[in-house]
Design a protein around this ligand. Sequence first.
Ligand SMILES: Cc1ncc(COP(=O)(O)O)c(C=O)c1O
Length: 465
Amino acid sequence: MSTDDKKMKANINDEIYGRAESSSGLPKNNFPSSEDNPRAIYTAIHDELMLDGNSRQNLATFCQTWEEPEVHKLMDECIDKNMVDKDEYPQTAEIEARCIRMLADLWNSPATGEHAVGTSTTGSSEAAMLGGMAMKRRWEAKRKAEGKPIDKPNMISGPVQVCWHKFTRYWDVEHREIPMENGRLLMTPEEVLKRCDENTIGVVPTLGVTFTGQFEPVKAVSDALDKFQEETGIDIPIHVDGASGGFLAPFCAPELEWDFRLQRVKSINSSGHKFGLSPLGVGWALWREPQDLPEDLVFWVNYLGGNMCDIALNFSRPGGQVVCQYYNFLRLGREGYTKIHGACYETAQFLAAEIEKLGPFEIIFNGQKNNGIPALCWKMKDEVDDGFSLFDFADRLRTRGWQVPAYSLPANCQDQAIQRILVRHGVSRDLAVLLLKDMEAALAYLAKHPLQKLLTSEEASGFHH
Ligand SMILES: Cc1ncc(COP(=O)(O)O)c(C=O)c1O
């Protein structure tokens, strides 16, 4: 055997942690020149990912961290499905169309069945972008027809998720964001009306504000805009950011009017991968009726002799998430979604009541299903100085693997820090009780070991929008 052959034999038979690379490390910067053993490379990457922490204990995320085995199987089977290739994968395209029709039904659209208008996306951010673009185009078309200028569009929202800052910045729209003030953490009809004018392309209430979890009052805002139209003649549409609430209110607060039951709601976005219970990578944008989606945003593609519309911003994207969304719709139906989310709401309220009893905290939102999503948030009581900040508390909980984000509120409440828990699919009552025990232990530790200097939001690692 030549020296090279001997070396190769040793490499093939090396136990994974006995390989030379185990003591020298794997390439990090330069593109590797040769092939390597798949098992060894898999193990190395698998090991590195351990440092990401345990997603089930990540109580910051709104997204799915638990899926049924059937979802894993379908994701595996769909690894080769490209959502954009409607001609090559007509059944995946058909499944997407069925989901859109089911969502039109769920959100009470007047355009049902084959008239339902919408698209799957990679998430709510892309769906919000599409909803925003449609609002802008509709406004431009109306203004042009009236011979009026289109150089100063504005959009009104409450304290929104960053995707709306991106929309207004990317598409040159003035963002009239209603700041939080004096304990008011949401949009109100009065604050909306103060900002409306003939250049307003639309109002965007959020059903489940990212910072606190609360629902903004879509119906009250819609009623106020009806009155505004009567008085001024200006007709301002609503796009609802239902990233979380779009898959919660229909099941747990069906009497709440926030969707296409309101004439003024022209489009809705929601995240399939949040309370839609699908794996990461799917969102939805739906329009009320075909005329609400401007023709020039639609690309028509021929498929199986038919005409299919392509509205999304991305070209290639995975089809598995859409297929699994359909699986969840069929598997759970209204009954299953109501049970799963109902349990989450109850656990959120249980946690809120127990966390209040811990002493230093004041609950801001306690997960009431008519007012918000199954989440809770709290702040430190104003009058007490316990010698620690919420950032210290979050840091302490991390030692047990829990990620319970503490963060500062946006304008004009930047001085107010709050902490938030998302109770989602898989956050069981038992897990919640274990978390409470760790919270008690963290408070006992902080009482026994007073901190020299409190952690601030800048110094704390972790959650930022
Ligand atoms: C209200 C709201 N809108 C939009 C988004 C963005 O959604 P996605 O992560 O699906 O793009 C989020 C994400 O948390 C959100 O809470």
